[in-house]
Design a protein around this ligand. Structure first.
Ligand code: NAP
Length: 317
């Protein structure tokens, strides 16, 4: 069924909310690179990237550009629900950057409101669009695994300079990148993932963890270990490892761009995740559908619920 709130003959007209790092690095190039999309304007209280018609608030942007059909929200998660609800109330389709909201209830509220208002919602997980993820999912689907391990370690000072919101309540700390690993995990494993134990290392001057270790298990008993670290100085590591009952090994490196089976390179590609993500979103809007899976957010929420908080040294950027 064609969604009534779009005109299939023209390009999809987008307004960007939050013109920070991810909007500039990925969203703006991905929108410009897709002939089916038009970037109409953006809004951000302070940031003003070149070549984007920018306003201070969402309200102002929508008033000046009633032709906007889609609002893509690229702000920190703590303010995402209010912005999403404002956009949906104005009849716009919504693209949420990850994580979809600061809490499960907020995410569910956005989903319910989109449904009630007949607009499309994408709770995006960009890492699921990394080039080797689908091949990994197929490899796992044909086997029984004996173990799975996530090692997601990066330097917060290098990748998130000045982003103070990450260590405030609702910013999720090391789970801001860590949830990308969990989004791949919940894509390549069919079964529900249950958090058994979580150690959350929270700096004395922060509200969110700077490192964490999780022990999880699928409903059928596959043990999963995850190690997240925001203070990795040398080799930046975004890897997932698995072993099968037949003794085969799988290693997915660099956030899902390199796949090795039994130590041999099977796939290595640098394809943009955001090109695939926007193509998916375009299709959702044009077919009147939504994609809002909150399973990675649920794992983080469960880790916070049953996790043990361990004091870590103050974090000084
Ligand atoms: P960022 O650089 O701090 O940018 C956030 C932007 O949101 C800033 O431009 C900020 O505006 C703006 N903002 C704050 N309040 C706003 C409001 N009420 N209305 C409109 N804009 C508002 O953060 P980021 O790295 O882009 O991350 C944003 C989101 O993208 C996070 O959820 C993150 O997890 C996700 N993400 C980030 C990356 C990455 O590599 N950085 C990758 C994938 C996904 P001002 O600065 O103008 O005040």
């Amino acid at each position: 069924m064609q969604n009534q709130k779009t005109n299939a003959a023209s390009t999809l007209k987008i307004g960007l909310v939050g013109l920070g790092k991810i909007a500039v690095d990925q969203h703006i190039p991905a929108i410009h690179g897709n002939p089916k999309l038009t970037l109409v304007a953006g809004c951000s209280p302070h940031d003003r990237p070149p070549n984007v018609l920018a306003y201070s608030t969402l309200n102002e942007m929508l008033k000046m550009h009633p032709e906007i059909e889609v609002v893509a929200i690229c702000t920190p998660p703590q303010i995402r629900r209010a912005l999403a609800m404002e956009a949906i109330a104005a009849g716009k389709h919504v693209f949420l950057e990850k994580p979809p909201a600061a809490t499960i209830d907020e995410a569910e509220t956005i989903k319910n409101m989109a449904l009630a208002n007949g607009v499309s919602l994408l709770a995006s997980w960009h890492s699921r669009f990394a080039p080797a993820v689908e091949t990994t999912r197929e490899w796992i689907a044909q086997r029984t695994l004996t173990s799975l391990r996530i090692v997601w370690k990066e330097n917060v000072r290098q990748w998130h300079p000045g982003q103070k919101w990450i260590f405030t309540a609702g910013g999720m700390g090391v789970f801001d990148p860590g949830i990308n690993a969990l989004s791949i995990l919940t894509q390549i494993i069919k079964d529900t993932v249950l958090v058994q134990k979580a150690d959350l290392h929270v700096p004395l001057n922060c509200a969110a963890p700077i490192s964490a270790e999780l022990d999880m298990m699928t409903e059928r008993g596959l043990p999963i270990r995850a190690e997240f670290d925001f203070l990795q100085k040398d080799l930046q590591t975004w890897s997932i490892f698995a072993e099968s009952t037949a003794g085969e090994t799988m290693a997915l490196h660099m956030g899902g761009t390199i796949l090795e089976i039994d130590g041999k390179l099977v796939l290595q590609e640098k394809e943009s995740e955001y090109a695939g993500l926007y193509a998916h979103f375009y299709q959702l809007v044009r077919t009147g559908k939504s994609d809002a899976d909150f399973s990675p957010l649920r794992i983080v929420a469960d880790a916070f619920m049953i996790g043990k908080t361990i004091a870590a040294p103050e974090f000084i950027e």
